[in-house]
Ligand binder design. Structure first.
Ligand code: GLU
Length: 511
């Protein structure tokens, strides 16, 4: 019988969500929607020592900004709740007891000093990674080595304890991963992981497996850093008698630094000047601020589009996708095993593509606030026409002023390089004549201006390249920009004439 697809994104609120986390959420979401399934948000907050104020809210806000909607979760609710593990505390104890009763887990009373001593001893015996396992547990203080009475006595006296999983000594643990194929672990490499502590809190491993089971999760899609924990999880399914309902696993590749050397970290972002978090984050402890894609001017759609291609590729080379298109195209089979390099320039490129796809009126609305801050109040039609002319050059809404300032104010200076190269001795008098040609134009439409200009240049026996940059310089102050005659039309005859006059007065001929 085909199982209903139910997947979960299960972050721990230990800090801001890295883009790798957002990608995990996105892949889970796409997979769920592709398969008419449910996407669940579960907050894994059993480790109170790592809890960070504001992190859960940050996670929720990030998903909301991206447009990733949860079918069930801390805010959405649902029949499998509560969805915050700290609120499920009481549910886990019965499973620990079941594991201990069935000889699949045991109490361990070792103090931190005793554990340290064991590790030191093993290290000096040249054991590279000392573990609490099938060999070492036989010489430690636990319910496998102590008598039943002694264990009872220690428990009655409220001696701090942990419950550890009893990993078999020699057994192969095979995991079928949708992305990686069969992955085989040998139980001798697996630690007797702690499942539960005497404060009544389960650890990640136990809570994760119990909740995946109780929430009827069909597929566990998560980052590859969790692959080494999976044999423990598989054993738990078996020990708890849930083997038949075990979810399928898919471990996602890492997102790598731009040069491909290791996992992308916040430090790389700081160093190279790009965000690694979706939203701005202020560290509650030291008030340190990290920028986010949103605050840096990325559209949520372009952020997701960039992100989805870090590790997944469609069947052709299409690059731009709406969320709906992604839902119909996404499959875990097309997720790669190897890490995906984050490319900050490509991220900008995606934003540029989305920006260009907005119509000019919508863009005008987006740039309005920045213009208002500058006290500029042109009518919407004018602003929208300017947007139409400059959007090709913008990657972000915030780039608008850099490319469009001269539509709203006269040039404050003139690009020296262009002046040096083009403002020759004979130019001012030619420009005076050009001005009269413009003055005589009936309508000041781009086509008409262009024709008149070309005709004039020809009659003077000048190459186009001698006068075009000069006209652009006079009108905008710079040597590059949108199509010149359209720009002139938009500024209007009066303004263009005025700018030509100012230029003639201010510029000193050279050479
Ligand atoms: N709480 C884990 C995390 O923070 C979840 C890992 C998993 O999905 O199993 O990523």
């Amino acid at each position: 019988m085909d199982r209903k697809v139910r997947v979960r994104f299960a972050p721990s609120p230990t800090g801001p969500l890295h883009i790798g986390g957002v990608r995990t959420a996105l892949y889970n979401y796409l997979f769920a929607k592709r398969n008419n399934g449910d996407f669940i948000l579960r907050i894994e907050d059993t480790d109170q020592t790592r809890y960070v104020e504001g992190a859960e809210k940050y996670i929720l806000n990030s998903l909301e900004w991206c447009g990733i909607k949860c079918d069930e979760g801390v805010e959405a609710g649902g029949e499998f709740g509560p969805y915050r593990q700290s609120e499920r505390k009481e549910m886990y104890r019965q499973y620990v007891e079941q594991l201990v009763d069935n000889d699949c887990a045991y109490y361990a009373f070792d103090t931190p000093e005793e554990l340290d001593e064991m590790r030191q001893k093993l290290k000096s015996a040249k054991v590279p990674s000392p573990q609490y396992n099938a060999v070492t547990r036989s010489s430690m203080k636990n319910s496998l080595t102590l008598s039943e009475d002694k264990v009872k006595e220690l428990l009655d006296k409220n001696t701090p304890y942990v419950v550890r999983i009893k990993v078999p000594r020699k057994e192969e643990i095979k995991i079928k991963d949708i992305i990686r194929g069969w992955v085989v672990f040998h139980s001798s490499q697996v630690d007797d992981k702690v499942l539960f502590k005497s404060d009544g809190m389960p650890t990640y491993h136990l809570a994760n497996v119990v909740d995946d089971h109780l929430m009827e999760i069909s597929h566990v899609i998560r980052g590859e850093e969790w692959l080494p924990s999976t044999p423990v999880h598989v054993l738990l399914y078996k020990y708890l008698g849930w083997e038949g309902e075990m979810p399928e696993f898919a471990h996602l590749p890492l997102i790598l630094k731009p040069d491909g050397n290791g996992k992308l970290s916040k430090r790389d972002g700081d160093k190279l000047g790009f965000p690694v978090f979706p939203l701005e984050w202020i560290n509650p402890e030291n008030k340190e601020r990290s920028s986010g894609f949103k605050d840096d001017g990325y559209f949520p759609q372009s952020f997701l589009n960039m992100l989805v291609l870090l590790g997944w590729h469609p069947s052709d080379d299409k690059e731009l996708f709406t969320l709906d298109e992604l839902i119909s195209e996404f499959s875990l089979e097309r997720v790669t095993k190897s890490g995906a390099k984050f490319d900050p320039d490509k991220a900008k490129w995606f934003n540029q593509q989305y920006l260009k796809s907005y119509d000019d009126k919508e863009l005008a609305k987006m740039v309005q606030p920045a213009l208002q801050d500058k006290g500029i109040a042109n009518d919407e039609e004018f602003i929208s026409n300017v947007c139409g002319l400059v959007k090709e050059r913008m990657s972000f809404i915030n780039d608008f002023w850099e490319h469009a300032s001269y539509f709203f104010e006269k040039p404050k200076s003139y690009d020296e390089k262009v002046v040096r190269k083009k403002w020759k001795e004979n130019i001012p008098e030619v420009v005076v004549e050009l001005k009269s040609v413009f003055l005589n134009l009936q309508s000041f439409k781009a086509d008409e201006i262009e024709q008149a200009f070309k005709h004039f240049v020809e009659s003077k026996g000048l190459p186009i390249g001698a006068l075009m940059p000069v006209l652009r310089l006079l009108v905008s102050g710079v040597g590059f920009g949108p199509p010149l005659f359209e720009m002139a039309e938009l500024l209007g005859k009066e303004e263009v004439i005025a700018r030509i006059e100012t230029g003639i007065n201010e510029l000193e001929p050279v050479g």
